[in-house]
Design a protein around this ligand. Sequence first.
Ligand SMILES: [Zn+2]
Length: 403
Amino acid sequence: MDKQKKTVFIVDDVLTNLIVGKKVLEKQYNVFTFNAGQRLLDMLDNLHPDLILLDISMPEMDGFETLTRLKANEKTANIPVVFLSAITDKDTMMVARHYGVSDYITKPFQPVDLLLRVENQIKLMELAPMSAASVPAASVPVAPVSAPAASVAPISAPAAPVLVASTSDAPAGLLPEGHKKYDLQIPVPNEGLLYERKITCPLCGVVFMGNAVRSTKLKLIQREKDFRNRHDGIDTVYYEINTCPSCCYSNFDTSFKDVVLPRFEKNKAEISPYIGQINGVFEKYYMALKCQALFFAHSEVNTAKLWTRLMWLYQDCPDEEMELFAAKNAQTSYLDAFVKTELSAEAIQQICVIVGELSLRLNDIPTAKTYFTQARSHRSGSRALISQAEDGIETIRKMEQKG
Ligand SMILES: [Zn+2]
């Protein structure tokens, strides 16, 4: 091994590819070849390459899995990785980008092209040695896929949390009018309350690592009148939406199991322009609203839930104007749900109370009165909800006496 030369690892299960790659690069670099991801990982304890060329389609451990493990290990997270693959579809390339690859070379490659791209990566690395920033700009998220939010998860997080409330250059056409740039501090959850899990996108089928709240460990401190649950150590509203890195499909974690109606397939094109731009918590919610409308026949209740959560986020900013805007949208969606969606008696009572509370906030007293009264009349329903409805009616009575 020539110490003057940089070291390049090539990982591919096809022997011919290893031979060709080695032949092209060995004049300039120390080249080591591996026919499986696990062999590469085993070797990294002893050798630290300057670059890894990694095939995607390999049996047992594929390129994505290998890359995820490299990025999860502090010692290897900063080694630039270039995918070398015959897969040319955009989805895969986009996902690769989110996994933090530095470049993507399609097979079959021209020898000179391979050489130039490898040189390029080595040069980039020399410009920014040994820091997290040594990963070129094109591959910003260092943590695996789930991108910003995931980097606050206890398992990853080599860098500082990068979850932002609102990006300065937020995607055009996604933010509602009135949305401002907020300096919102995102609370970092206590260890163990958030974890990463494999999620399959119901729209494009890509598997990615998303956030999930460990609900069994949640400790409820307080339930607000508008049903916001305050938990010890985590504010779940910041982590409830996952976004597919490949197609941008966004939704509540649980809704990733729902079947997206196939007749809405053509609507995929509506969300794809935002690929790579959905970073902040607001963007995730806005995209989820878009997806709800595009891909579900009965979207009213979920849409109302999304707006309710946005209302809480605006409250945290605080932005009262947008808070009221969100409250109005939540109220409208819940009222729509009464007309368009089949609801259980239990859900009806709960929604009546929520509509009552939202209407109170909006100073829409007649609506508040109607729905609190209806909720109270569900005598077989929840005691707590009946009592909340009675409180609401009492509040209105006092307001009417005063005014
Ligand atoms: Zn997708």
